[in-house]
Design a binder for this molecule. Structure first.
Ligand code: GTP
Ligand code: GTP
Ligand code: MG
Ligand code: MG
Lengths: 276, 290
C-alpha cells in the first residue's frame, strides 16, 4: 500500500527521467520529485504519477484561459516577441484569426523591418487572419511602425493591435534595446500598453528558455508565453522553471502551421502530454 | 567556473583522505548533471558520461594533487574529441553538385543556405540557390532577396513540386556554368509522415553528395529525437548548428553528434550572410561545460 511518503523509488526514477526528457530541467525536477518523496505534496493520493500531475497542474494553471480584462482598452495591444524562428509571425496571423471568430477586428503592425521578406510573410498571414496590415519600407524604425499602426487602429476603432517584431536573441544588448523602445513608444500612446507582451517560444527550447524569459521581461515586461510547435515531440517543459521563477503564465499553444492551429492553454492537457 | 564547481565537489568528497573509486563515480554523476543543465539530451549525456568518462577518470585522477582540475581537463578533452575529431569539409560530386538543406521549422535553413552561398562564392565557386520551399508564405521572396543581396543567382522555377524545381535548377545551372546547387527545403516536423516522405523523395531524386541537417543551437532534450528521425528518413552527411551567437550552452551539439555520428561542419553565429563559422570542437566543448 503506497502512501506519498513511501513512493516506490523506481517509479520516481521513471517519472524523473520523463520530466528531464520533457525539458523541465534538473533543478525543478529534483524539487518536484523530492516533494513527493518526502510526502510534502499538498495533494493526496497513492499514484505518484497522478500526484506529480496534480502538482504541475496547480503550478501551471492560471484558471482563466480567456482573460476577462482582454479588450477592455481599444485597441487592445498585444506585442509578440521572441528569439529567431520561434513562430511569432505565424502566430500573429493565427491570433488575428482566433479573435476574429470572437467578432474582433485586428490590425497587424509589420514591425520586423529587418529580415528578408518579413513584411511579405506577415502580409500573407494578416490576409489569412482577416486583419488589416500597417507596414513601412524595409529598414524603417520598428517603433515607428508600431506607432503608426496604433494611431491607425485607434482612428478606425479596431479592437486588437498585434505587433509582430523581429526575432532576436536576449544576449544581444542592442536588439533588446530596440524592443524596449517599441514598448516605450506604445506606452506613450496608451500608458497601459502593450496590454500584453507575449514571449513566443519554440517547444524544442531547452533551459535557455529561462534566460529568454528573464531577458525579454527585462526589456519589455513579458506578461505571458505562447509555446509553439507542440505538434512535434518536444514538450515545452521549460515553462515549469519559467513559471516557478518568474511567475509567467502560458496563454496559448501552437500545434501546427495552419491558421486554426492555435489553442488557449489548458494545464491538464499540457501536463498529461508532459508525462506521456 | 566549472573548475571551481568540481574543486568544491571534489573537496566535499575527499574530506581528509585520498579520492576513492566511489568518489570518481560520484563525480561522473555530477558531470552528467552539468551536461543536462547544458541541454545535452539525457541518452547522449548518459552514453558519453558512462561510455567515455568512466574509463578515462581513472588512476590519473585518483593520484592527482588537483583532482578537480584534472577531471575538468579530461572531460573537456574527451568532449572535444567526441564532438569532432578530424575536420570534415563539404562534399562535392560532379558539377553542378547539390547540397540539400533539411531540418525542423525555423531552425535557420534558408538563412544558412545564403551563408553557404557566400562561403562558397568566396572560395571561387559559382553557387545557385534553389528555392525548393513551396509551402511557407514568402519563402521564395526570402531566398530571392538574400540571393540578390549576395549577387548569387536564385532558381525558383514555375513548378509547385520540389523535385521538379530541383531538376529545373540542375538544368539551369548547367546552362549557366554554375558548379553547385544549394537546395533550401521547407521546414517540417519529423513526425509529419507526409512531409518526411516528400523529403525522402526529394533526396532520392537529387542524390546530393551533401545533405546538411540545420538544427537550432538552443534545442534541448528533443535534439536526439528529431535528429534520429531525420537520419532514419534521409541520408545526412553533416550538421549545421545555428543561433550560437546567443547564450545557449549548446548541448544539442553533443546530442546530435552522438545520435547521428555525423560531423558538425558549421555553426551559425548571427543573421547576416557572413555569420557562418567552421565548427571548432574545442570551443564547443568549453561552451557546453560552461
Ligand atoms: N509545426 C509547426 N510549425 C510552426 C508552428 N508555429 C510556427 N511554425 C513554423 O515555424 C517556422 C517559423 O515561423 P515564423 O512565424 O517565421 O517564426 P518567427 O518567430 O516569426 O521567425 P523570425 O521572424 O525569423 O524570428 C515556419 O515554418 C512556421 O510555419 C507550430 O505551432 N507548429
Ligand atoms: N541570431 C541568429 N539568427 C539566426 C541564425 N540563423 C538563422 N537565424 C534567424 O533565424 C530565423 C529563422 O531563419 P530561417 O532561415 O527563416 O529558418 P528556416 O529553417 O528556413 O525556417 P523554415 O523555412 O520556416 O523552416 C530568422 O530570423 C533568421 O535570421 C543565427 O546563426 N543566429
Ligand atoms: Mg517573423
Ligand atoms: Mg526556410
Amino acid at each position: 500500500m503506497l502512501t506519498p511518503g513511501k513512493i516506490d523509488a523506481e517509479v520516481l526514477d521513471e517519472l524523473e527521467t520523463a520530466l528531464i526528457e520533457a525539458d523541465v530541467g534538473v533543478n525543478s525536477v529534483e524539487e518536484l520529485v523530492d516533494k513527493l518523496r518526502s510526502g510534502r505534496s499538498t495533494h493526496s493520493g497513492l499514484d505518484p504519477a497522478a500526484l506529480l500531475k496534480s502538482e504541475l497542474i496547480s503550478l501551471l494553471d492560471d484558471c482563466q484561459p480567456e482573460r476577462p480584462e482582454r479588450f477592455t482598452a481599444k485597441p487592445w495591444v498585444i506585442l509578440l516577441a521572441g528569439v529567431n524562428g520561434s513562430g511569432k509571425t505565424t502566430t500573429a496571423g493565427k491570433l488575428a484569426h482566433y479573435f476574429s471568430l470572437q467578432g474582433k477586428r485586428s490590425v497587424v503592425a509589420a514591425a520586423d523591418t529587418f529580415r528578408a521578406a518579413a513584411v511579405e510573410q506577415i502580409e500573407e498571414w494578416a490576409r489569412r487572419g482577416g486583419a488589416r496590415i500597417i507596414k513601412q519600407s524595409s529598414g524603417a524604425d520598428p517603433a515607428a511602425v508600431a506607432f503608426d499602426a496604433y494611431q491607425s487602429a485607434r482612428a478606425r476603432g479596431e479592437d486588437l493591435l498585434l505587433v509582430d517584431t523581429a526575432g532576436r536573441l536576449q544576449a544581444r544588448r542592442n536588439l533588446m534595446d530596440e524592443l524596449a523602445k517599441i514598448g516605450r513608444v506604445l506606452k506613450q500612446l496608451d500608458p497601459s500598453a502593450p496590454h500584453e507582451a507575449l514571449l513566443v517560444m519554440d517547444a524544442t527550447t531547452g533551459q535557455n528558455g529561462l534566460s529568454q524569459a528573464s531577458g525579454f521581461t527585462a526589456a519589455v515586461g513579458v506578461t505571458g508565453l505562447i509555446v509553439t510547435k507542440l505538434d512535434g515531440t518536444a514538450r515545452g517543459g521549460v515553462v515549469v522553471p519559467i513559471r516557478r521563477e518568474l511567475g509567467l503564465p502560458i496563454e496559448f499553444i501552437g500545434m501546427g502551421e495552419g491558421r486554426d492551429d492555435l489553442h488557449p492553454f489548458d494545464a491538464k492537457t499540457f501536463v498529461d502530454a508532459l508525462l506521456d | 567556473q566549472l573548475t571551481d564547481r568540481f574543486e568544491r565537489f571534489v573537496r566535499n568528497l575527499r574530506g581528509q583522505g585520498k579520492l576513492t573509486e566511489a568518489n570518481v563515480r560520484d563525480t561522473v554523476r555530477e558531470a552528467r548533471r552539468i551536461f543536462l543543465e547544458a541541454d545535452v539530451s539525457l541518452p547522449a549525456a548518459r552514453a558519453f558520461v558512462d561510455g567515455v568518462l568512466e574509463k578515462s577518470l581513472g588512476r590519473e585522477v585518483l593520484t592527482s594533487v588537483t583532482p578537480g582540475q584534472q577531471m575538468v581537463k579530461i572531460i573537456h578533452d574527451e568532449l572535444a574529441v567526441f564532438l569532432g575529431g578530424e575536420f570534415a569539409p563539404l562534399q562535392f560530386g560532379r558539377s553542378p553538385s547539390p547540397i540539400l538543406m533539411v531540418g525542423l521549422n525555423g531552425s535557420g535553413k534558408t538563412t544558412t543556405a545564403a551563408k553557404l552561398a557566400l562561403h562558397l562564392k568566396r572560395r571561387g565557386r559559382h553557387p545557385l540557390l534553389v528555392a525548393a520551399d513551396t509551402r511557407r508564405p514568402a519563402a521564395i521572396d526570402q531566398i530571392e532577396t538574400l540571393g540578390r543581396e549576395l549577387e548569387v543567382p536564385v532558381f525558383t522555377g514555375d513548378r509547385k513540386d520540389p523535385v521538379a524545381i530541383a531538376a529545373g535548377a540542375r538544368d539551369y545551372a548547367r546552362s549557366q556554368g554554375l558548379d553547385c546547387l544549394i537546395i533550401d527545403s521547407a521546414g517540417r516536423m519529423h513526425v509529419d509522415e507526409e512531409l518526411m516522405a516528400e523529403l525522402a523523395t526529394l533526396q532520392a531524386a537529387v542524390a546530393p553528395p551533401e545533405t546538411l541537417l540545420v538544427a537550432d543551437g538552443m534545442t534541448g532534450q528533443d535534439a536526439v529525437r528529431s535528429a534520429k528521425a531525420f537520419l532514419e528518413r534521409v541520408e545526412l552527411t553533416g550538421i549545421v548548428l545555428t543561433k550560437l551567437d546567443g547564450d545557449a550552452r549548446g548541448g544539442a551539439a553533443l546530442s546530435i553528434r552522438w545520435v547521428t555520428g555525423r560531423p558538425i561542419k558549421f555553426v551559425g553565429v548571427g543573421e547576416r550572410p557572413a555569420d557562418l563559422e567552421p565548427f571548432h570542437p574545442d570551443r564547443m566543448a568549453g561552451r557546453i561545460l560552461g
